[in-house]
Design a protein around this ligand. Structure first.
Ligand SMILES: O=C(O)CCC(=O)C(=O)O
Ligand SMILES: [Fe+2]
Length: 325
């Protein structure tokens, strides 16, 4: 399915029609500032402060978080930019064709959120954060820069997101949160790295996942609702800034989460309870363990998931009539 493209959306249209649907859209023709016209390698190198950035480096375009085929290295921002924009390097860590990915961090990465107006104040002046959400819901603004060819693993974030594409073309593939059962999740990431050519022998359930795909051109904005899985391929050396903001009440989020990818607090509590349930079931032999595991899953789904709850209520309704007939 193609991601819908909407031209020159108004604030009212976004808030009243698009946002409540909670589906991804590409917004085209919204003012994202002068960055789209002004930014190139030289301009970025001149206007960024002299700072070191921590970047992923890999000999492969597909960085693999399972087999850890990447290094984490520090480079002066200018040096990193130079390398991210060239295909063959004179100086390198692994080999002359290695790939780079920067996801900017806060001043203290363990505590502070990334904010381009703090870490890159001169460049931030060129970026206009569209007024499509209430400013008091702002969480972070993240600079993302990568080499041509880099494919970022499929993952979800827990905040709503506007991804402003500034330099280069990017292939984007998203999946509905309901596809969580088909994506072989490992934490917040999917083990299926190549979503366009998946190994279906290894990941047979992936064939049931329904991709939403499209291309971002400079100046485009991709709205990624919280929990939607996303996978990005840099067709050119690319520069983007993404803005995370809170969809839910502030108190539901983990206050010790600088990345915007810790599950909301009630979900974290529910996970801990499930850990305890699994431990409790371990006291039983396998046959019983499985039986009660299935009952638990069924109970949770029929209570929590809207469609299954409706089915269950219908079933109950029929039984109720049966009894009285
Ligand atoms: O475009 C990218 O580099 C990744 C974007 C992303 O994962 C995000 O904005 O949350
Ligand atoms: Fe993300």
């Amino acid at each position: 399915m193609d991601i819908t493209i909407i031209e020159r959306v108004s604030k009212e249209n976004f808030n009243e029609i698009i946002y409540p649907k909670r589906e991804p859209v590409i917004l085209r023709g919204v003012d994202v500032g002068h960055c789209v016209q002004k930014w190139n390698l030289d301009y970025l190198a001149c206007h960024a402060s002299q700072q070191e950035v921590k970047v992923h480096v890999s000999s492969s375009c597909q960085m693999d978080f399972l087999n850890k085929n990447f290094l984490y290295r520090s480079l002066p921002f200018q040096e990193f930019l130079q390398r991210a924009f060239e295909d063959v390097h004179q100086s390198y860590f692994i080999d002359q064709n290695e790939k780079y990915y920067l996801r900017a961090l806060g001043d203290d990465p363990r505590k502070d959120v990334a904010d381009i107006s703090v870490q890159f104040p001169h460049l931030a002046k060129d970026v206009n954060i569209p007024e499509l959400f209430e400013r008091d819901r702002f969480f972070s603004s993240v600079f993302r820069i990568a080499s041509r060819g880099v494919q970022l693993w499929t993952h979800y974030d827990v905040m709503d997101n506007l991804l402003l594409q500034i330099i280069g073309r990017k292939r984007v593939v998203l999946f509905h949160p309901k596809d969580v059962e088909h994506l072989y999740m490992n934490g917040d990431k999917s083990e299926v790295l190549d979503v366009e050519n998946p190994d279906l022998n290894k990941y047979p359930k992936f064939s049931a996942a329904r991709p939403y795909s499209g291309y971002l051109e400079p100046g485009d904005i991709l709205f990624i609702p919280a929990l939607w899985f996303h996978n990005m391929t840099y067709e050119d050396p690319g520069v983007a800034v993404n803005i995370f903001w809170r969809h839910l009440e502030e108190k539901l989020y983990d206050s010790k989460d600088p990345y915007g990818n810790h599950d909301p607090l009630p979900a974290q509590r529910a996970n801990q309870i499930v850990d305890r349930a699994i431990k409790a079931l371990e006291e039983l032999p396998q046959e019983y363990r499985e039986f009660y595991a299935r009952r638990l899953c069924h109970r949770i789904r029929s209570k929590v998931c809207v469609k299954e709850k409706e089915l269950k209520d219908k079933e109950l309704g029929t039984n109720y009539i049966d009894i009285f007939l």
